[in-house]
Design a binder for this molecule. Structure first.
Ligand SMILES: CC(C)(COP(=O)(O)OP(=O)(O)OC[C@H]1O[C@@H](n2cnc3c(N)ncnc32)[C@H](O)[C@@H]1OP(=O)(O)O)[C@@H](O)C(=O)NCCC(=O)NCCS
Length: 415
């Protein structure tokens, strides 16, 4: 008999053992690391950041995971989203569907809590794509010479920020969140944590008591054999306006004599426009004449758990002013209650899920690709071109693209 439930404090040790074996890279065999991991688990659990769940079979713990109750800005609507991380299975019980059962529990759990979406960072994209998770926005890693960033007009409003500025920084993030699709709310506990990490430094733009932009960075050794070769790793860059962004860039630009490279990890696909010279330090040339500017990674994945409800929750959203009765049929072999067809009646962009089957146009796709489509990570035309979606009448492709047009989602939350 299997069941999945939250763990008790006595079960923290068994949870740690499974995690230690699944992630040897984080070295939880070291007693100090293990102790810190367990203290963090208890602290996070107490502060409601995360809940630890485990799958038990015949009373024995077989697999573990962390669940996160997120609130995400989806197309300007704040929605609950279920997050999962730290999935790990007892080495003796791999390939027995332990992870699959935990993931199905996870989806059901958040469906019952009213979430229409789930998110995760995959250890292997294919493993979760099979389970219906679709790709989000890729991340770009830039290694820029400080001198190639904009010089800005002034640095007059810049200062180092400390824990005292936390409330104003949080306000700045919250305004950024309102303007950016995909961002997750951040609890004050996590903000506290950010400001207690000694290697993190924050520089912000202060205007009349308001923080209108900030960047969080840490130094990184550029070369092991040379203590003067240092890089700056940007952990977060948030701003209200171009003026604020340029002032922060002026700060980075002026580090040219001390810093070799500024490292940005960003989901902004246009970021290279900011730079005088966007080439990274690889010197690589792609055929014919394309200079390597950044490396890219596939990371965060999204999954629709309850497609019909998603359109109900987004009833006040304007889907591109489109008027059309669209039938959406989803393949969802991993969470079959979400599979099948339903009709959404769009009138001047407003969506209503109907009970009938009458429709003008029908599309069919897997829930993984549908999840990427509704999140704005890809458009319908591309899915159709790749054979990942079908449509009853090709003439409607432009309309369907208008309907789902959304900015690419960004996420600054690590979990
Ligand atoms: C990765 C890991 C969690 C997998 O655990 P596992 O219990 O061995 O995995 P499962 O047996 O549940 O395998 C997935 C199963 O889901 C099922 N499944 C997947 N997609 C499915 C679908 N669309 N419909 C129905 N079933 C599906 C299949 O049965 C599949 O098993 P198969 O590949 O043998 O066919 C485990 O190997 C581990 O702990 N690895 C180390 C830590 C790690 O990397 N964790 C991931 C962090 S996010």
């Amino acid at each position: 008999m299997r069941n999945v439930r939250p763990i008790t404090e006595e079960e923290v040790k068994a949870f740690t053992t499974i995690s230690a074996n699944a992630y040897p890279g984080i070295d939880l065999f070291d007693p100090e690391n293990r102790k810190r991991f367990q203290e963090r688990m208890i602290n996070y659990q107490k502060n409601g950041i995360v809940r630890h769940f485990a799958l038990f079979e015949d009373g024995e713990m077989r697999g573990v995971m962390r669940l996160y109750d997120f609130t995400m800005n989806m197309l300007s609507v704040k929605l609950p989203v279920g997050g999962v991380g730290g999935v790990a299975v007892d080495l003796l019980h791999k390939k027995e569907r332990v992870a699959a059962d935990m993931m199905q529990f996870f989806l059901q759990h958040y469906k019952e809590k009213g979430a229409c979406l789930a998110a995760l960072y995959p250890f292997r994209p294919d493993f979760y794509r099979r389970m219906g998770f679709g790709y989000g926005t890729k991340k770009n890693l830039y290694r820029v010479r400080p001198g190639h960033l904009p010089k800005g007009k002034t640095k007059a409003n810049l200062s180092f920020l400390t824990n005292k500025d936390r409330a104003a920084i949080q306000d700045c993030y919250d305004r950024f969140l309102k303007r950016n699709h995909g961002l997750m709310e951040r609890s004050s506990f996590l903000w506290d944590e950010m400001f207690t990490r000694p290697m993190m430094h924050t520089v912000g733009v202060k205007r009349r008591g308001t923080i209108s932009g900030y960047l969080i960075y840490q130094f990184q050794r550029g070369r092991d054999d040379h203590f003067l070769a240092n890089d700056m790793l940007i952990r977060e860059l948030v701003y209200d306006s171009a003026e604020d962004l340029l002032e922060l860039m002026a700060f980075l630009q002026s580090q040219a004599d001390q810093i070799e490279r500024i490292i940005f990890n960003t989901q902004d696909e246009y970021f290279h426009y900011l730079m005088q010279d966007p080439r990274n330090d690889s010197g690589n040339l792609l055929p014919q004449v394309y200079h390597e500017s950044n490396t890219q990674g596939v990371g965060i994945m999204y999954r629709v758990i309850d497609a019909r409800r998603l359109f109900r929750v987004l009833e006040n959203q304007n889907f591109g002013d489109v008027s059309c009765r669209l039938k959406i049929t989803l393949d969802d072999s991993f969470f079959p209650q979400n599979a099948g067809g339903f009709v959404v009646d769009f009138v001047n962009g407003r969506a209503t899920v109907t009970n009938g089957d009458a429709h003008e146009v029908a599309i069919k796709l897997d829930v993984a690709e549908f999840s990427s489509l509704v999140m704005g990570a890809i458009n319908f035309k591309k899915l159709f071109e790749y054979g990942l979606a079908s449509i009853s009448d090709k003439a409607y492709i432009v309309l369907i693209d208008r309907l789902f047009a959304a900015p690419k989602p960004i996420c600054l939350t690590e979990f």
